[in-house]
Design a binder for this molecule. Structure first.
Ligand SMILES: Cc1cc2nc3c(=O)[nH]c(=O)nc-3n(C[C@H](O)[C@H](O)[C@H](O)COP(=O)(O)OP(=O)(O)OC[C@H]3O[C@@H](n4cnc5c(N)ncnc54)[C@H](O)[C@@H]3O)c2cc1C
Length: 377
């Protein structure tokens, strides 16, 4: 694969050490009576995919006054949440950051096929070394483990994922609880997605090494902490001969989709999962986090432009979220809902044939209503 050229992809780069100046008209009011241009001070809250990607793009564009804030967590791999799957849009976005996409690939499904409830589906999903990607994007930047003083900055990027720590709460927020294990198995595993058994949720198997022996296993549901993690992952772990558990963690994932009226609040701009940019049907948010980062950096100083760019790229998550909410609440999905769910999977890189949809619908029924069946419309 070609080595990317950051100069070519990231627009006008300034020489090392130069400061980026914004005209005062796009900055919040200051007391500077001279009316001179000022260097932009940016705080990035959250050093996940979105935050670290934005950090890298800003650095490439010559912004020097950028501080990264994180909260402390004791997770073995160093990042939280993990989630290693990306689709074919990943390559282009990584090149935008001046990095080589191929160097992060851990596993590509053989013949580009994944199993969804026993049905073979075409896929462009592959696994990456996400902790390494985040580390490369940050490139040793100092991380501040403290609360952002919002008055100290011209722009606060809220990239705190499901926490959405610096933006107002969402009106119709919806999150699922997800647990995951990284395990070593005896026989090469295949990429697979399935419903949890006897519980309303879904589970997955994603190999993390070329030989398929190291595997990311996880499951999610809405029931929150009421359900023991073992019960959630019983279906997936039961189908694998696990030799060794490497690590495990739990997290929440936002499934409500974006609320475009709640992304920019003054000088606090949400990005990635904090902005609701996770595929509600697929749970995929890595690529979306990067795309939103690119949109944000391309529209610095223009909050409306940023929201419009997000709307252009992600408007489809709104009907997808509506459809998923219908299913999660145990209501009968319409044909339109099924269309949006299928499109959501497709956008996340998993393409289920139309002929397989009825079978998947039954599986979803089992998954989300515990087999009790959908009520009559
Ligand atoms: C178990 C699980 C598996 C997943 N699997 C996949 C997958 O295979 N493929 C995929 O595309 N997506 C997957 N996702 C979704 C994906 O991980 C997220 O959508 C994506 O990471 C969002 O990126 P982000 O940078 O917006 O947020 P995050 O990656 O969540 O990063 C947010 C960062 O903010 C930090 N933070 C939180 N609160 C604060 C605070 N108050 N101050 C400072 N920092 C704070 C967090 O520590 C974290 O580092 C998965 C999610 C989960 C939970």
């Amino acid at each position: 694969m070609d080595e990317p050229n950051p100069q070519a992809v990231c627009g006008a780069l300034l020489p090392e050490g130069d400061r980026v100046l914004w005209p005062r008209s796009v900055l919040p009011a200051t007391n500077d009576e001279e009316g001179e241009d000022e260097a932009v001070r940016i705080a990035i809250a959250g050093a996940g995919v979105a935050g670290s990607y934005i950090f890298r793009l800003l650095k490439m564009r010559g912004h020097t006054e950028v501080d990264v804030f994180e909260r402390k967590h004791a997770i073995a791999c160093g990042i939280h949440p993990c989630g290693y799957g990306v689709d074919h849009h990943f390559d282009q976005l990584v090149r935008h950051a001046g990095l080589a996409p191929s160097s992060y690939v851990l596993h590509v499904p053989p013949r580009l096929l994944a199993e969804v409830e026993g049905v073979s589906a075409k896929t462009t999903v592959f696994m990456i070394d996400k902790p390494r990607l985040v580390a490369d994007l940050l490139d040793g930047a100092p991380i501040r483990y403290e609360t952002v003083d919002v008055d100290d900055y011209d722009l606060i990027v809220d990239a705190t994922g499901e926490a959405r720590a610096y933006s107002p709460p969402l009106r119709n927020d919806l999150k699922a609880r997800v647990v995951q294990w990284r395990v070593q198995v005896q026989e090469s595993a295949r990429t697979a997605f399935m419903s949890t058994r006897g519980l309303p949720g879904y589970a997955w198997i994603m190999p993390l090494s070329r030989d398929g022996i190291e595997v990311h296993v996880g499951a999610g549901c809405r029931a929150g902490l009421r359900v023991p993690a073992q019960d959630l992952t019983e279906a997936v772990l039961g189908s694998l001969a696990v030799d060794r558990v490497i690590c495990a963690c739990g997290a929440r994932i936002r499934l409500s989709g974006p609320d475009f009226g709640s992304i920019v609040h003054g000088h606090v701009w949400a990005a990635g999962e904090a902005a609701g940019l996770v595929g509600p049907a697929s749970g995929a948010g890595n690529v979306y986090a990067m795309q939103s980062g690119l949109d944000l950096v391309s529209h610095l100083g223009d909050g409306d432009g940023y929201v419009k760019a997000l709307h252009r790229h992600f408007y489809h998550l709104v009907p997808e979220a509506r459809a998923v909410r219908t299913v999660l609440e145990g209501r009968l999905p319409t044909v339109t809902d099924l269309y949006h769910i299928r499109q959501g999977w497709k956008r996340a890189g998993v393409e289920v044939a139309w002929r397989d949809l009825p079978r998947l619908m039954l599986a979803m029924n089992r998954a989300f209503t515990g087999g009790a069946g959908w009520p009559a419309p």
